[in-house]
Design a protein around this ligand. Structure first.
Ligand SMILES: [Zn+2]
Length: 241
């Protein structure tokens, strides 16, 4: 899903310059890609601002913690909570959410079945193929990081659940909601396919192009804002420090 008509609602945001040169009508995708950021390409009309910056570390930390509190509320609303399992940190989300846990049983990556899941195209997703019981050791964490790889955004942990990472809490949280929903969709598709309905995949070139144009940190930050703003409205600002 791409944001379309979101206006920044806080004073934290700092608009980015709007002085990109106009594109000729005949521009193809390659030319547009060189002249516009993914966020500018996704935005309709006036471009959304970039990721907020803050004059001091203290203000940045406060903003980060408040967004983390909101992300927890979003996860609770979506039904990801289960006992003590799961966490959201400044760069990663992990829970045992139902669809992720179900799809993890197959130890297979998500297929390029629709536009949204192409955000995990190629090495942006990984599968952790082992399950050796509940994780307590630092060594296991190192193996998880190695399996995710330097390009990884999300990982399916066999017989366990999902893990996503990002440069902001918002990015990691959005990717988690997307990966969980993508697992749910994959399971629906598998059920239909088992009854003889043939799958039609997103073409390789289209999947790669969509990934490159829509799955960067700035765009993924904004993808979380509709959920964040709704939760902020519902909680009456209770997350504020
Ligand atoms: Zn876990």
């Amino acid at each position: 899903m791409a944001p379309s008509a979101i206006s920044p609602s806080t004073q934290e945001t700092q608009p980015t310059p709007m002085s990109k040169p106009a594109l000729p009508r005949s521009s193809n995708n390659e030319i547009q890609k060189k002249q516009k950021t993914p966020l500018e390409m996704i935005s309709q009309g006036v471009s959304l601002p970039g990721i907020p910056t803050h004059p001091t570390f203290a203000l940045h930390r406060q903003w980060m913690l408040e967004h983390m509190a909101i992300a927890f509320r979003v996860f609770a609303r979506k039904g990801y909570t289960e006992g003590m399992s799961g966490h959201i940190s400044t760069a990663a989300c992990h829970t045992h959410s139902p669809a992720g846990k179900a799809w993890s049983t197959f130890a297979r990556p998500l297929e390029m079945l629709n536009q949204d899941v192409t955000y995990f195209y190629g090495s942006a997703q990984a599968v952790y193929p082992d399950f050796g019981g509940v994780v307590f050791t630092a060594e296991e964490g190192e193996r998880l990081a190695a399996a995710l790889g330097s390009q990884g955004k999300g990982m399916i942990l066999r017989n366990h659940g999902l893990l996503t990472v990002g440069s902001t809490v918002d990015e990691a949280a959005y990717l988690y909601t997307l990966m969980e929903r993508s697992c749910e969709v994959q399971l629906l598709v598998e059920a239909a396919a088992a009854n003889g309905v043939e799958k039609v995949f997103v073409p390789e070139e289209s999947a790669r192009y969509t990934f490159e144009m829509a799955s960067d940190p700035e765009a993924l930050y904004w993808e979380f804002q509709p959920d964040l703003e709704w939760e902020e409205h519902c909680s009456g600002g209770a997350h504020r420090l």
